[in-house]
Design a protein around this ligand. Structure first.
Ligand SMILES: Cc1cc2nc3c(=O)[nH]c(=O)nc-3n(C[C@H](O)[C@H](O)[C@H](O)COP(=O)(O)O)c2cc1C
Length: 202
């Protein structure tokens, strides 16, 4: 996604950087669409957004026995390292985060030795898409728990979407779900700006 005009010019030379990752391996992934819309919210709020969606998250299984990383994993870890905030979207698989998304998040372990370890100082907008409310909600809770464990700050507003009652690719700009996803992206940017205003690393 291209750089957007930003409202950050008064406070810093560079825009807030947001990494949006998630979705599923399906071409028509509804989670991928939710990711796009939440990222749009961050971009409209003035952030520079990088998207790692679906199949671009097909990484080797995280293996604690080796520090070897392929280029795609290294690129994702670098993208997390430079991000001021993240958006994470997972489908609900059997009531929880999909293996694809959790495996990608496990590689954040590679940031443990950083001066800003794991997700410290970063807000994370959390979104879950499932075929029913139960898994949408339990998956959203899981994403938030993982973000907490990684020392990140789940945004106050998270989105739990039931894909059986809405088709994300058909959403209009004024649909409440579009607005909810935009709010997730906006809150990530808002937190990054607050941190910056108070002397934080972003
Ligand atoms: C392996 C698998 C497990 C799933 N488990 C659940 C589930 O427990 N509850 C639910 O509501 N939907 C479940 N679903 C449906 C997905 O959450 C739903 O279709 C979601 O929108 C898929 O995301 P995608 O469109 O980004 O691929 C499952 C789908 C798959 C493929």
């Amino acid at each position: 996604m291209a750089d957007a005009p930003t409202g950050d010019s008064k406070t810093s030379a560079r825009p807030v950087r947001i990494l949006a990752l998630g979705g599923s391996t399906r071409t028509e992934s509804s989670g991928g669409e939710a990711l796009r819309i939440a990222a749009e919210g961050a971009q409209v709020a003035g952030a520079q957004v990088e998207i790692l969606r679906g199949r671009s998250l097909i990484f080797p299984l995280y293996d604690a026995e080796t520090a070897e990383r392929d280029d795609a994993v290294r690129a994702m870890v670098e993208a997390v390292r430079r991000a001021d905030g993240l958006i994470v979207v997972s489908p609900g698989y059997h009531g929880g985060i999909s293996g694809l998304v959790k495996n990608a998040l496990d590689y954040i372990e590679d940031l443990r030795g950083d001066s800003r370890p794991y997700l410290e100082g970063r807000a994370v907008g959390c979104v879950a898409v499932a075929h029913g409310w139960q898994a949408a909600i339990t998956t959203l809770q899981q994403i938030r728990q993982v973000v907490h464990a990684l020392r990140g700050w789940p945004t106050p507003f998270g989105a739990a979407i039931n894909g059986s009652v809405v088709r994300l690719s058909d959403l209009t700009a004024d649909d409440p779900i579009t607005q909810q996803l935009h709010l997730v992206g906006q809150q990530v940017v808002e937190f990054a700006r607050m941190r910056r205003a108070h002397g934080g690393a972003s």
